[in-house]
Write a protein that binds this ligand. Structure first.
Ligand SMILES: [Zn+2]
Length: 147
């Protein structure tokens, strides 16, 4: 057996991401958001719609949903965060069962933690399947070269 790759779990990053369950923390992430006044996609509405800010140099307006992990960028001032979320991630449990955070019960909250875990596992599985398919494609190409 070869050496197994060790999977590092970054606890701090996990906790930071988990904190995004709360609207106030999501809102805090929008420190350098480019759209503020006279726009539909203002930080308050983005946070309400489940998004937090994950800016990069190439995509300064990239956001991610804490629940389904969908990432969106290229916002226009008139874009409505809730409608965009519905359009690009119609199966997101947060959007499907949306209600104001102050109306959440403990049961709702526990349910949403479970749903988020499911979404994460699904995303990891999808990434692994994609990697496997790419590797299989590579092997096939090499075999064709040998034939
Ligand atoms: Zn979502």
């Amino acid at each position: 057996m070869g050496a197994e790759k060790e999977e590092n779990i970054d606890t701090e990053a996990e906790l930071e991401e988990f904190a995004m369950h709360f609207e106030a923390n999501r809102l805090d992430s929008f420190k350098d958001w480019p759209f503020l006044e006279d726009c539909s996609c203002v930080p308050q509405k983005l946070a309400e719609a489940g998004f937090y800010h994950i800016p990069s140099e190439q995509e300064p307006d990239a956001v991610r949903c804490f629940m389904c992990l969908k990432e969106l960028d290229g916002w226009e001032p008139d874009d409505d965060p809730m409608s965009e979320h519905k359009k690009h991630a119609p199966k997101c449990p947060f959007i499907k069962h949306w209600k104001p955070e102050e109306e959440y019960t403990v049961t709702d909250f526990i349910k949403s933690i479970a749903e988020r875990q499911q979404a994460r596992v699904k995303r990891i599985a999808e990434t692994k399947i994609k990697e496997f398919k790419q590797q299989a494609e590579e092997v096939r190409k090499q075999m064709e070269l040998l034939a």
